[in-house]
Design a protein around this ligand. Structure first.
Ligand SMILES: [Zn+2]
Length: 224
């Protein structure tokens, strides 16, 4: 899991667990719920999760959850992402909205981030409006984009199992199934785009301004 506080991928340091058996259903067999809580080994923050899955008796009184089918972080409730001020507010807000629902609804989070990705490709990289798959292809042909970022963005088409779900990328904002970890991966990719197109750009501008100031002090013409 990813810690909602420090955003590092962690294995929860479990401090307590309660398991409850649910009614047996014909479709899913014996199911159960477990409440697991503990501490993040990186930042020490408290995290509580609810897992639902298959239930197996250990002895007459106690049982355990064997196959987890659904896992929700119930505390802390909102993933607060710290997005740099260099990123324009409109994109920051979209990103934070996608991050805040990731634990409750990965599908909604992925849909919001696919829309944000498309907006960024159109606004910042000026790709021709089409479906997201074609827009990603055009983005990957842009010589000003770094190869690692191209690879990551191009991977979205593969993560999303695009071949099996062609409609997924015809229109964005649509609630469609997500592959395991697709929503988390999308958040990471968007963070990388922010870094490359806004944060690094702002740093380069600052360096250039400082250099021009020095050149100016020496009575030399500035860099273009
Ligand atoms: Zn943490």
């Amino acid at each position: 899991m990813k810690c909602p506080s420090c955003h590092i991928g962690i294995k929860l340091d479990v401090k307590g667990r309660s398991v409850f058996a649910l009614k047996t259903s014909i479709v899913n067999g014996k199911e159960g719920i477990e409440l697991v809580y503990g501490l993040c080994p990186e930042c020490g923050d408290f995290i509580a999760t609810i897992n639902r899955g298959s239930y197996r008796f250990i002895d007459e009184e106690e049982g355990e959850i064997t196959e987890i089918k659904q896992s929700v972080i119930i505390f802390p409730t909102i993933t607060s992402q710290c997005v740099s001020e260099e990123v324009p507010k409109i994109y920051r807000d979209m990103f934070n909205e996608a991050a805040s629902v990731i634990n409750i609804s990965p599908k909604s989070s992925a849909a919001l981030n696919r829309r944000l990705l498309q907006t960024l490709l159109r606004d910042v990289y000026h790709v021709k409006h089409g479906n997201l798959a074609n827009e990603i292809k055009e983005f990957c042909e842009n010589p000003s984009v770094s190869q690692p970022l191209k690879d990551e963005v191009d991977a979205i088409r593969h993560i999303g199992n695009f071949a099996a779900h062609p409609n997924k990328y015809m229109t964005t904002g649509e609630i469609v199934n997500v592959e395991p970890h697709e929503a988390e991966w999308l958040l990471e990719i968007i963070e990388h785009i922010f870094e490359e197109c806004f944060i690094n750009f702002a740093k380069d501008q600052e360096r250039r301004n400082n250099l021009n100031k020095k050149l100016n002090d020496l009575g030399k013409p500035p860099l273009n």
